[in-house]
Design a binder for this molecule. Structure first.
Ligand SMILES: [Zn+2]
Ligand SMILES: [Zn+2]
Length: 336
């Protein structure tokens, strides 16, 4: 029989299922310090799946499914993600919150709905603006973080348009995660909130101290964490007694009250040129030397709640500042 030269050649090939991999069509690379939930939301969006439906892809119920995976990633889901994306188990593990962060200082997942209470996640609008693919950082989950290390502005924990928390996991529409899941507001457009130099200094100091894993395993480190958590009680005037319960705005006020006298001390020192001060005062090798004086500085004097009018530097704070200087030979303090 003659073969029509225009007809398509047909031959038996491998089964489709044998030649295509089980990789999802679009893969996104984890970014520096990215949270697992942020990466999952980007992955879902890139593959055209809304977040609530992506929970079903992973066999999970809706709700705060991705935020829960940040805290604990079950082995079967980790294996599925590795198989479907090609991301290594180590990369997945590095995105979870159990990796090198003090879990006691994490913001809780519960949502009280009150404006002065915490939400589970904070963000810096300038960081999101500068990202080629906007993503949420792991350190934005820490209650001790109130400012952005890079931009110096105060973090936000709510959509400035509808005041709701960041709830990408709940999204029923296909939106990039930098748009509010409730009102679609572009979080990159949020205005910049300034923060006092003293609070910024304290914020960075705590972030540096909390970096080494050794903090949570030493008695002095655990004592410091307890003191940090009790900061609202130390400062006074807050209905919530634990730092993780407060909104970013309330925690910032708390830190500003606490550090105003430290800030005064620094600002009053005319011998120091602030523009020339280097911030690199702490390194993982010597941060332990300031944990004790800092813990002492955060100890409440019975009957003497700290207020903004309390101008006299406490002896403990003087010791703390001495310790800073001692831990930074060749460096000077910077308030940026
Ligand atoms: Zn930033
Ligand atoms: Zn909104």
């Amino acid at each position: 029989m003659a073969i029509d030269p225009l007809s398509p050649a047909i031959s038996v090939r491998e089964r489709y299922g044998d030649v295509v991999s089980n990789r999802w069509p679009v893969i996104v690379e984890p970014q520096h310090d990215e949270m697992l939930s942020s990466w999952l939301h980007r992955l879902a969006y890139a593959n055209g799946v809304v977040p609530r439906a992506f929970a079903r892809v992973l066999g999970l119920a809706p709700g705060m499914w991705s935020a829960s995976l940040d805290l604990r990633l079950p082995g079967d889901i980790a294996r599925q993600l590795c198989a479907n994306t090609g991301v290594s188990p180590d990369q997945l593990s590095a995105m979870t919150l159990s990796h090198a962060l003090p879990k006691q200082l994490l913001l809780p997942l519960r949502n009280s709905g009150r404006r002065d209470r915490s939400t589970w996640l904070q963000f810096c609008s300038q960081c999101l603006t500068e990202d080629s693919q906007p993503y949420f950082r792991r350190r934005w989950r820490l209650a001790t973080r109130v400012s952005c290390t890079k931009h110096g502005c105060r973090l936000r924990d709510r959509c400035p348009c509808c005041r709701s928390r960041i709830a990408v996991f709940n999204g029923r529409r296909l939106l990039p995660q930098h748009r509010c899941a409730r009102c679609s507001y572009d979080l990159r457009g949020a205005s910049i909130i300034t923060i006092s130099p003293g609070a910024k200094w304290f914020d960075r100091c705590i972030d540096d101290i909390c970096r080494p894993e050794a903090l949570t395993s030493s008695p002095t480190g655990r004592a410091l964490i307890r003191r940090l958590l009790s900061m609202p009680n130390l400062v006074g005037g807050y209905s919530a007694k634990i730092l993780t319960s407060l909104s970013t705005a309330a925690r910032t006020r708390c830190v500003e009250k606490l550090t105003c006298h430290l800030s005064d001390w620094l600002m009053d020192d005319e011998d120091i040129d602030f523009k020339e001060r280097g911030y690199a005062i702490l390194s993982s090798g010597n941060s332990g030397r300031i944990v004790e004086p800092l813990t002492a500085a955060l100890t409440r004097k019975r009957g003497r709640p700290m207020t903004a009018n309390h101008r006299q530097p406490a002896a403990a704070n003087t010791e703390l500042l001495k310790a800073y200087v001692q831990t930074s030979p060749g460096h000077r303090l910077t308030i940026i």
